[in-house]
Design a protein around this ligand. Sequence first.
Ligand code: PFF
Length: 549
Amino acid sequence: MSAPSPSPAAKATSADRGAFSGRTAFIFAAIGSAVGLGNIWRFPAVAYENGGGAFILPYLVALLTAGIPLLFLDYAIGHRWRGSAPTAWRRFKRWTEFIGWWQVLIALIIALYYALILAWATNYTIFSLDQRWGDDPAGFFGEYTQALGGAEATISFDIVPAVLVSMIIVWLAVIIVMALGVQKGIAASSVVFIPLLVLMFVILVARALFLPGAIDGLEALFKPNWGALLDPSVWIAAYGQIFFSLSVAFGIMLTYSSYLKKKTDLTGSGLVVGFANSSFEILAGIGVFSALGFMAQAQGVAIDEVVTDGVGLAFIAFPAIISQAPTGAGTLIGVLFFGSLVLAGFTSLISIVEVVIAAIQDKFGFARIAATLWVCVPLAVVSTALFSTTMGLPLLDVLDKWANEYGIVAAALVSTIVVTYVVRGLPTLRDHLNHQGTFGIGTWWLVCVGVIAPLVLGTSLVLSTRDLLMDPNTYEGYPGWFVFVFGWLMAIGLVVIAIGLSLIPWPAGSNLHKDDSDGDPIAPEAVAGRGLVTTPEAATPHELRSAPR
Ligand code: PFF
């Protein structure tokens, strides 16, 4: 009661932000975000190239020392300060608001191009029925996307009609789900799609395991090369895979945890999400390498000649596998594989769009549908106009590389340093997590977030910058100006715009000035170096306050 009382006009009302019905809904939504293309088309090749079976060791170490600890950091900030990324960071410490806007802008860029991959996967689910690529999947993909390759990349608005139609379908589906809200849209679709995805993928793996040559593929994937463990780049690759795959530092997990009830076991939920995501990743490795083993045998070549990842794996290697598989099996594998990409990608896409919607909703105090339309309609139009064109693929390629390296990785590095050393907020966050957590976190968490994560993130940033700058060729052979504009300029521009956005005053009607959705006041800013005092009266961690001086 000692706080100065606000003028009657500014008197706090409750924010209307929506909420998850409970912990299960949250866990499904968080797994939906985490399980994405990274699990299916990135993990298998990363594991194979970095020690095979031996990779499991750095991978688990990375999960336990960085993935899960950073997941807890995201959860703690979003849950304690109950807001979208800019709101929660600002309430954590006023001047850190720019980190939140930085995450929102990165999310915006990723959402623009992620929809293109989903559009391709949607079309390919149908193409698998009659194996429309015939006996030349690479040539077919080129014709289908009409993509400008390497040095030809330029700004072009030549529309590719087949892609245009599916992009419109993808965006309509996103808009419908987002308009339905946090529980009925995001959580409900994840609760349906994630079990369906697991079911489809298990059938896919079971079928792929019986293809001739599958066992050779698995042997290649799991054969341990222990020597690789002495190579620091293998460790960096493991941390990189974990960061990306768990969606930490994207602003997603922060936003989702702001929709949780106050009395929620955050640490227990984080463990479930972390291990579920990694289990799916290993399942994907088994499925993909069984199929690659079959392809190598069918073509009479060694496995390492057929291993690829990303777009090449999904849209060129898999169609070849589908065509070579026994009749019937090919169609089944095709529909299950591309259908899985669609489901896994869709639940990730909605999570990244939610980062932007939540921020706009908080900033202007909009209702759900208004915020959805203000964000999704322009996003859908720009995304469709830019990416259903012949420049779609090269643009995606460059944006993706820089949004990850100089977006996600850099934002994660800055946030861990700011939280640990500048604001010195870790003790507050630790005590918040411990109030309801099933297991206590202590010094090891502080070391993981404050020392291990920044060291690994910093090293990886330096190494990838060196690789990009020292390479005599431009990235993927794209013209220098193309890489400069859509890579470097975009990445630096986001930081500058984020700082600008954090300086714009919040309107009186914004959620910043309101109580949370339950009508309770928001916790005060973190106090440097000070933990929270546990009191028997505090029913929720939000009621805990810092120790007095
Ligand atoms: N964890 C996601 C994945 O493994 O694919 C990463 C991600 C990418 C999340 C793109 C959201 C997104 F839009």
